[in-house]
Write a protein that binds this ligand. Structure first.
Ligand SMILES: [Zn+2]
Ligand SMILES: [Zn+2]
Length: 330
């Protein structure tokens, strides 16, 4: 069951790990994200957790929500509590987040005291590189981050050459290389062999994820469709040469995926252009897949399928049974 809100306040009785995932995805779009963060802390206090083990995770989420709203003092309080709640499992995430917020509060010595013990733990978990690097970067410790990550990359490479079959290590190696790559860019360092490897792995992963999640559910309402085609005429190959064709293709795609509860993701020409920025090309399917993934972060404003007698999902104002439903069968 999805977490319940009343006036933005969390009213779900027993929070599960799945609820936390759901809140992570939707909280920032709610009317009062800070109320939700407070609600998470209340749920921990009142023991309203399906599993007491997730207390740390709930408080980390509360801290991240508060941080994203620049409420750094509140975020720091939640993070302190997350570290306490997490003491048994000694989670990397809670410590690294706590350190990041200590840096934000100008308490650099305490932040470094939190981070130092994490240095040998960079290779422990796939999330570790991103959390630890982010904390060091917030503290302006880019050079130190580069040093730690280089050391961890070397350890991961050595590990891999002794056990090349370990696929999980390949994932971890990628996350380490990716963080190191980003930090080195921030430091304006030239590409080295590790950076080239990071680029190659990144391209390979991007290709793999394009086939898994592409732009099939990207939907352009009529006016946007006209703008998109006027701007990038080559996109008729991907989306159809008329809006009718576009709607029909999407309706077929949606029915094909009916079992997975799909929703059309409405996009705009400006949104696609902004996402592509200066160095990506909207004609590249990878760019459009990336834009679609960005849209998919928030729940779609369109539900599918509509009632047969209800108004059509495409926004034409006609009944579904007189609009896209028969069009896709034509
Ligand atoms: Zn690069
Ligand atoms: Zn329609």
């Amino acid at each position: 069951m999805a977490p319940q809100y009343r006036h933005g306040v969390l009213t779900t009785t027993d929070l599960t790990s799945a609820d936390l995932d759901q809140i992570r995805k939707t909280a920032l779009g709610e009317a009062d994200p800070l109320g939700i963060a407070a609600g998470l802390a209340d749920a921990v206090d009142a023991g309203r957790l399906a599993d007491p083990e997730i207390a740390g995770e709930a408080l980390i989420l509360a801290a991240e929500i508060a941080e994203s709203r620049a409420k750094h003092e509140a975020a720091l309080r939640y993070a302190e509590r997350a570290v306490e709640a997490d003491a048994k499992s000694d989670g990397i995430k809670a410590h690294a987040l706590h350190a990041r917020l200590l840096f934000r509060a100008g308490r650099a010595d305490e932040a470094m005291a939190e981070l130092e013990p994490l240095r040998p733990r960079l290779t422990e978990h796939n999330d570790a590189p991103a959390y630890i690097a982010a904390a060091l970067a917030v503290g302006g410790r880019h050079k130190l981050a580069e040093e730690w990550l280089t050391e961890a990359v070397q350890a991961a490479l050595a590990e891999r050459s002794s056990d090349p079959a370990s696929a999980e290590d390949a994932g971890l190696l990628f996350f380490l290389l990716q963080q190191r790559h980003g930090i080195r860019h921030a430091l304006n360092l030239p590409h080295d062999a590790h950076d080239n490897l990071a680029d190659r792995l990144e391209t390979r992963l991007a290709n793999a994820s394009t086939t898994a999640v592409g732009d099939e559910l990207l939907f352009f309402p009529q006016a946007e469709f006209d703008r998109v085609i006027a701007k990038w005429p080559a996109l008729t190959a991907a989306y159809g040469s008329t809006w009718d064709e576009h709607r029909a293709r999407l309706e077929r795609e949606l029915s094909r995926r009916a079992a997975s509860n799909p929703a059309p993701l409405p996009g705009t020409a400006d949104g696609l252009a902004t996402f592509a920025g200066l160095d990506a090309d909207p004609a590249d399917p990878k760019t459009r897949a990336g834009y679609t993934r960005q849209l998919a972060v928030k729940p779609s404003s369109i539900t599918w399928p509509p009632e047969r007698n209800g108004s059509c999902w495409c926004g034409s104002g006609l009944k579904y049974k007189k609009c896209c439903l028969p069009r896709a069968r034509a």
